[in-house]
Design a protein. Structure first.
Length: 284
């Protein structure tokens, strides 16, 4: 996958932007329309940013001539669907999962899958060095320092409530701030918060497994904990929290068993489950 940086016009994703952008497109509008600024009620650069975040969060797909909603976009943001105004914390976790899995905004995919391996505390400089190293190792063109600095700043703003703000709405508008994935130490260092994630529902956790390990009937606990785009990586979960959720999945879903025999921990899925139906069961 080619790494991509920037595109957000240095704006982090506000809480209401995805629904606003989804409705804008559903009504037949185009982000390139001359009146897009008026209809969306934001500045020109913010129009570009909303378009970027819709794609980064896997809400829309774009071709040269068309833009259309993904299954995630339709299920989440239709007015009578799951949670169009993102009132449930699991909807925020779901969007976080798709942001990393999608890979359109590479800093998120690289950070959660690679940079945080074995580390908990990150300065801006450490993230910058890591992104530069990973890009060079993949033999891809390394963005200039300003581009990466902007990505890091927006990354932080998506997850962290600002220390000071002249606009009170900004203090509560960052889409991913409710997840409390990071603690800020000093002025620049982030500390990853690995917890049991009791606020993540069993349905969302199972969805992420069915999505990540599609068409697999046997999945080791180690894969669920440590593999690329796994629930353990994306949700920053402790091993204890993952094992507990696997046990709860076994209790709730017929045809799914979790075994711990001779040091081998494995999830077995003998019945076909549709990942979207699983999630729908939660929202219902």
């Amino acid at each position: 996958m080619k790494y991509t940086f920037s595109g957000h016009e240095t704006f982090y994703c506000r809480h209401y932007w995805l629904k606003k952008g989804y409705d804008f497109l559903k009504e037949g509008n185009n982000f390139n329309d001359p009146d897009a600024v008026t209809k969306l009620g934001v500045g020109k650069n913010m129009v570009t940013s909303i378009r970027f975040w819709l794609r980064a969060f896997d809400i829309i797909e774009e071709t040269k001539d068309n833009k259309f909603a993904t299954d995630l976009g339709t299920n989440l943001f239709e007015d009578e669907s799951w949670d169009p105004y993102l009132e449930d914390i699991n909807s925020i976790w779901l969007l976080h999962y798709h942001l990393i899995k999608k890979g359109w905004a590479s800093i998120y995919t690289l950070f959660f899958n690679k940079l945080k391996n074995g580390d908990k505390e990150f300065s801006n400089e450490k993230i910058l060095r890591g992104l530069t190293y990973l890009t060079e190792s993949a033999k891809q063109e390394t963005p200039n320092v300003k581009t990466l600095d902007n990505d890091i700043r927006v990354f932080r703003s998506n997850y962290l409530q600002p220390r000071k703000s002249v606009n009170i709405e900004d203090e509560f508008n960052g889409l991913l701030q409710e997840l409390h994935l990071f603690e800020e130490i000093g002025k620049k260092s982030l500390v990853v918060q690995n917890t049991d994630r009791e606020d993540i529902s069993i349905e969302l956790f199972l969805y992420s497994i069915l999505d990540r390990f599609e068409e697999r009937n046997s999945i080791s606990a180690e894969e669920i904990i440590t593999s690329t785009n796994s629930p353990g990586k994306i949700f920053c979960m402790t091993e204890h929290g993952i094992i507990e959720k696997l046990k709860m999945i076994e209790e709730k879903y017929q045809g799914i068993t979790f075994s711990e025999n001779a040091g081998v921990r494995e999830l077995q899925i003998s019945k076909e489950y549709d990942k979207w139906n699983v999630l729908s069961g939660y929202y219902e």
